[in-house]
Design a protein around this ligand. Structure first.
Ligand code: ATP
Length: 373
C-alpha cells in the first residue's frame, strides 16, 4: 500500500523556485510519469518525495502519514537514478543482494529474491560477472534489480533508461511496464521523452517551470490538453496553434484564422461560451496534424493552400501548408498536416484540406488555458 499526496509543495534554491505550489495525489499501485522539459522541476519533486530534499512549504504524505521529517531510509522508497552507480568490486549477484544484506535479511531469503529478480530481468546468466564487463543496458538492469529486490512501497525512477540505445530502450520500456504490473508497487518515473511517458504511464503529470500543468491519462493529455504549453509540448509534430479572432461571416458568427482568409463556422451555442474576456484576450486555434485531411483536388468544405515544405518520414509525410503571411513580420502562417506516405505533392503546388471540427481546440491567448466549448 502506498498512496502519495503532495500538498502545496514549494522548493526554492536561492532565487530559483524549482517547485511552485505543487499539488498531486498518486494512488496505490499507480504508475505516474513526470514529464517536462529540462529544468522544469521533475527531479527536484522526486527528490522531495524521496526525502533527499526538503520543501520550504507544504506537506508530503505517504499513506496518510506526514513524512516531511522522516529520513530517506525511513520512507520505504527505492530509487534508480539516470547515472546508476554499481559497486565495481561486487558481482552482479552482490550488487543486487547489497540492499538486503545491509538490513540483514537471512541468506536463503536473499538468494531466493536475487534469483527471482534476475530471472525477471533476464540477467540470471550474468550473476557471477563484475559490472565492468556488462553493457550499458545490462548495468541498467542490475540497477533496476537492486531497487526491485527490496520490494519497497514506492519506486522513484529518474530517467532510468537514459543511457540505453534506442532499441534496448523500447525493450526495457515494455519489460518495466510488465514488471510494474507484476510487483504492483506505486511508481513515479521521470522523463522528458513523451513517447516513453505515453507508453508507460497510467497518468502523466506535465510540469513546466516548477508548475504542474496537467495530470491525466495519456489519452487525456494528448487529446484534451488544458493549456497551450501541454498542447505545444505533446505530439510529433506538435499541435498546430494559430492565432484566431471572432467575426461575422455572411451574417453568421465565425472564427477567422489571423492573417488568412480561412473562416471556420462557429455554432451559436459555442459562441455563447466565448465570454467577453476571452474575446478581448484573443484566441488560439489548435488542431493536430493527423486530424487534417489533405487532398489533391478541391471538394466540398475543402480549403486551398500552397505546399511550403515536405518532410518525408517514411511512415508518413509532414506537409507544411502556407495559409497566409503575418502582416508585421512577413512570416508565413503555416499549418502542419500528416499525410499518408503515398500522398504526392510538390513544394509550391496547390492542395486542399479539411478537418474534423470535433478535433479542434480553442485557447485563451492571455491565460493560455483551453476554452471548453
Ligand atoms: P532535467 O530534465 O534537466 O534533469 P528537471 O526537470 O529534473 O531537469 P530539476 O533538476 O528539478 O529539473 O531543476 C529544477 C530547477 O531547479 C532548475 O532551474 C535547476 O537549475 C534548479 N536546481 C535544481 N537543483 C538545484 C540545486 N541543488 N541548487 C540550485 N538550483 C537547483
Amino acid at each position: 500500500m502506498a498512496h502519495i499526496k503532495l500538498q502545496n509543495i514549494v522548493k526554492r534554491y536561492g532565487d530559483v523556485t524549482a517547485v511552485k505550489d505543487f499539488n498531486l495525489e498518486i494512488e496505490d499501485k499507480e504508475f505516474v510519469v513526470f514529464l517536462g522539459p529540462s529544468g522544469c522541476g521533475k527531479t527536484t519533486t522526486l527528490r522531495l518525495i524521496a526525502g533527499l530534499e526538503h520543501p520550504e512549504e507544504g506537506d508530503i504524505l505517504i499513506d496518510g502519514q506526514r513524512v516531511n521529517d522522516l529520513s530517506p531510509a525511513d520512507r520505504d522508497i527505492a530509487f534508480v537514478f539516470q547515472f546508476y552507480a554499481l559497486y565495481p568490486h561486487l558481482t552482479v549477484y552482490g550488487n543486487i543482494a547489497f540492499p538486503l544484506k545491509a538490513v540483514k535479511v537471512e541468506r536463503s531469503e536473499v538468494d531466493r529474491r536475487v534469483k527471482k529478480v534476475a530471472s525477471i530481468l533476464q540477467i540470471s546468466e550474468m550473476l557471477d560477472r563484475k559490472p565492468s564487463v556488462l553493457s550499458g543496458g545490462e548495468m541498467q538492469r542490475v540497477a533496476l534489480g537492486r531497487a526491485m529486490v527490496r520490494q519497497p512501497k514506492v519506486y522513484l525512477l529518474d530517467e532510468p533508461m537514459a543511457n540505453l540505445d534506442a532499441k534496448l530502450r523500447v525493450d526495457t520500456r515494455a519489460e518495466l511496464k510488465r514488471l510494474q504490473h507484476e510487483f504492483g508497487a506505486t511508481t513515479i518515473f521521470v522523463t522528458h521523452d513523451q513517447v516513453e511517458a505515453m507508453s508507460l504511464a497510467d497518468r502523466i503529470a506535465v510540469i513546466h517551470q516548477g508548475v504542474l500543468q496537467q495530470i491525466g491519462t495519456p489519452h487525456e493529455i494528448y487529446n484534451s490538453p488544458e493549456s497551450l504549453f501541454v498542447a505545444g509540448f505533446m505530439g510529433m509534430p506538435t499541435m498546430n496553434l494559430l492565432g484566431a479572432e471572432l467575426g461575422l461571416r455572411e451574417g453568421h458568427p465565425a472564427l477567422r484564422l489571423s492573417h488568412t482568409d480561412i473562416w471556420l463556422p462557429l455554432p451559436p451555442q459555442q459562441q455563447a461560451k466565448l465570454t467577453a474576456a476571452v474575446e478581448r484576450n484573443g484566441l488560439v486555434f489548435g488542431i493536430r496534424p493527423e486530424h487534417i485531411r489533405a487532398a489533391l483536388e478541391p471538394g466540398e468544405r475543402r480549403l486551398a493552400a500552397d505546399v511550403h515544405l515536405i518532410e518525408p518520414l517514411g511512415s508518413a509525410n509532414i506537409l507544411d501548408l502556407r495559409l497566409g503571411t503575418a502582416a508585421e513580420t512577413q512570416d508565413p502562417i503555416l499549418l502542419r498536416v500528416r499525410t499518408h506516405p503515398t500522398f504526392r505533392a510538390a513544394v509550391g503546388e496547390k492542395v486542399w484540406f479539411d478537418f474534423d471540427p470535433g478535433q479542434t481546440r480553442l485557447f485563451d491567448r492571455q491565460t493560455e488555458q483551453a476554452i471548453v466549448l
